[in-house]
Design a protein around this ligand. Structure first.
Ligand code: NDP
Length: 305
């Protein structure tokens, strides 16, 4: 039987709707407008697209968007000064520094300069520690989006075998913590894992966050398992023809081979239209959560881990 497609685009729209409702209530009942500041250093084209999209969606849900674009050669002190300023600004409830930063800037230093309460990316070492010890934290957006989709699809995840392929700090490790928090039995696989196909085949839930196009084929998937494909990879698509400059057109694929996985899985997220849209929706959710916490107000239900 063909897998159920977990429609991240539709679910992200639902999450944004809930965020917008909560933002309206904060404005009407308390006169508070949640604000998100995004800092972009340099002119990386992909980062510019993300920042534009974040700003647009922030405004669409009724929040205030503050964009800070700094030159590629910005000195570390200047960037840290801006973060200090944003930390102290009562109109800013969330701060996001777009990664990657230019090579001369120390990413860890910069991220750890953000007030943890405003760290809506959830990368500050305090938030990493809070998540790891099961305490209230700001949760990284991509794994939070995956968790929300899994809960929405399954209800309880308790007792399920979950395999996370990838151990990065921004996806794999926090994803594993979240699944553990929901009482899954969690395995983290990586490039040194022995018998990766055998490990993945045991899983009721597979989260692939590897960055290798279509690496996970359908015959690694246990029949009926749920597959969450975090990967976003651009590959040549000669079947689509060529661009005006003669270069081959491209298309996006995930870390899972969609067609073969969809034949075996019980449910699967597509790429594009799966995890991707949920990431920005969760950034907005984290901002509204941060705003409520900053003002001692109840947090919106269903928008946190
Ligand atoms: P990283 O490169 O930081 O981490 C990749 C992980 O995959 C590493 O832990 C690595 O293992 C593991 N890995 C690499 N090759 C293999 C292999 N052959 N077998 C098993 N494991 C392997 O990537 P990210 O976590 O940042 O991102 C992963 C993917 O998710 C990328 O495609 C990225 O574009 C996408 N992404 C999507 C987002 C979204 O919004 N949808 C947001 C963030 C990322 P090791 O540690 O041993 O090297």
């Amino acid at each position: 039987m063909a897998a159920t497609i977990i429609d991240g685009k539709a679910f992200a729209a639902e999450v944004r709707g809930k965020v917008a409702e909560h933002v309206a209530r904060l404005k009407d009942d308390h006169g508070i407008t949640p604000g998100l500041a995004v800092v972009l250093v340099g002119a990386d084209p992909a980062s510019q697209v993300y920042v534009r999209s974040k700003g647009k969606q922030t405004v669409e849900v009724g929040m205030a968007s503050f964009e800070h674009r700094l030159a590629e050669d910005t000195a570390e002190d200047e960037l840290l000064g801006l973060i200090d300023h944003l930390n102290a600004d009562p109109e800013v409830h969330g701060i996001l520094v777009q990664l990657p930063l230019p090579g001369h800037l120390n990413e860890d230093l910069v991220i750890n300069a953000i007030d943890p309460a405003k760290d809506v990316d959830g990368f500050h070492i305090s938030n990493v520690g809070l998540l790891g010890t099961g305490q209230k934290s700001m949760v990284p957006c991509t794994p939070l989006g995956c968790l929300m989709m899994l809960r929405h699809h399954h209800g309880s995840l308790s007792g399920m075998d979950a395999v996370v392929v990838g151990r990065s700090n921004i996806v794999g490790k926090p994803m594993a913590q979240l699944l553990l928090g929901d009482s899954c039995t969690v395995t983290i696989a990586h490039s040194r894992t022995r018998d990766l196909p055998g490990v993945v085949r045991r899983a009721d839930i597979v989260v692939a966050a590897v960055g290798r196009p279509e690496m996970v084929p359908g015959d690694w998937i246990k029949p009926g398992a749920t597959v969450i494909d975090v990967g976003i990879n651009r590959i040549d698509a000669p079947e689509k023809g060529t661009n005006e400059d003669g270069s081959v057109k491209t298309r996006l694929v995930g870390d899972c081979h969609y067609a073969s996985c969809a034949e075996v899985a019980g449910a699967i997220t597509p790429v594009p239209g799966g995890v991707g849209p949920m990431t920005i929706a969760c950034l907005l959710a984290n901002t509204v959560t941060a705003c409520c916490r900053a003002n001692g107000l109840p947090e919106p239900e269903g928008l946190t881990a």
